[in-house]
Design a binder for this molecule. Sequence first.
Ligand SMILES: NC(=O)c1ccc[n+]([C@@H]2O[C@H](COP(=O)([O-])OP(=O)(O)OC[C@H]3O[C@@H](n4cnc5c(N)ncnc54)[C@H](O)[C@@H]3O)[C@@H](O)[C@H]2O)c1
Length: 256
Amino acid sequence: MGRMAGKVALVSGGAEGIGAHVARAIVAEGGQVMLGDVQTEKAAALAAELGENAASVALDVRELAQWEAAVAATVAKFGKLTVLANIAGISEPGTVTDGTLDVWHRTIDINLHGPFYGMRAAIPAMEASGEPCAIVNIGSMIALRPAAFVAAYSASKTGLRGLTQSVALDLAARGVPIRVNMVHPGAIRTPMYERYKFSGADTPENIETGFAATHPMNRIGEPDEVARAVVFLASDEASFTTGCDFTVDGGGSIRS
Ligand SMILES: NC(=O)c1ccc[n+]([C@@H]2O[C@H](COP(=O)([O-])OP(=O)(O)OC[C@H]3O[C@@H](n4cnc5c(N)ncnc54)[C@H](O)[C@@H]3O)[C@@H](O)[C@H]2O)c1
């Protein structure tokens, strides 16, 4: 039996990148998944490819009402909600002084308000399931080791880390069987990474070498390596784990 057998997951950012790999891994492990994304056609195409254990819903994580509709759609389609994977996120450069206010607000809206709204919408449905549930929030190596030139991203991911731990403590204190954990990827080969690699900020070769060098394992990670960690934390195998920082960063967050 797969590690996600009997689990029903809502995955934000499920159309491509890490979220798409998480969705594939959940179905491969016997679970059911609702893909929520602003890229509705891509999400629908992936759901169709994954078959009867997958479906998709339009979801802009910045809108609480859309989260509530996505949770309702998941319960209507699969009968319950037991896993929330908050994967959707953006990364745009900028310091406090040269970054635009748009970048600041967009980043905080998607990366921090998004997971907050997601948890707010999902927790009542999870409690109603009466089953052990799990929330997995995607942070970043930068949540453990904030970086220059990405002020909004650093703030959003460290903020999400505090939020994750607060929700984990709250639910545990109230005896609610919902675990809340974080996965912190290093640089991972996804469309987000490829966009930066070919952005013209430097040659693609220098960007690849430079990013690899910030990870002691000296390479870029693959999205499946992150998806496996998400599935572990979402599964009952992680039954005594809540509020944790699970790094998938080739040692990047502990480098000297
Ligand atoms: N790729 C990396 O190197 C890396 C490193 C550390 C952390 N992360 C984090 O992992 C997560 C996924 O990153 P990725 O590399 O797969 O990104 P990606 O850009 O490749 O994919 C992100 C997905 O999120 C969706 N999305 C964006 N805004 C949305 C919104 N408002 N509502 C709903 N969906 C939205 C996109 O449509 C896309 O499908 C992000 O939270 C990111 O910060 C990525």
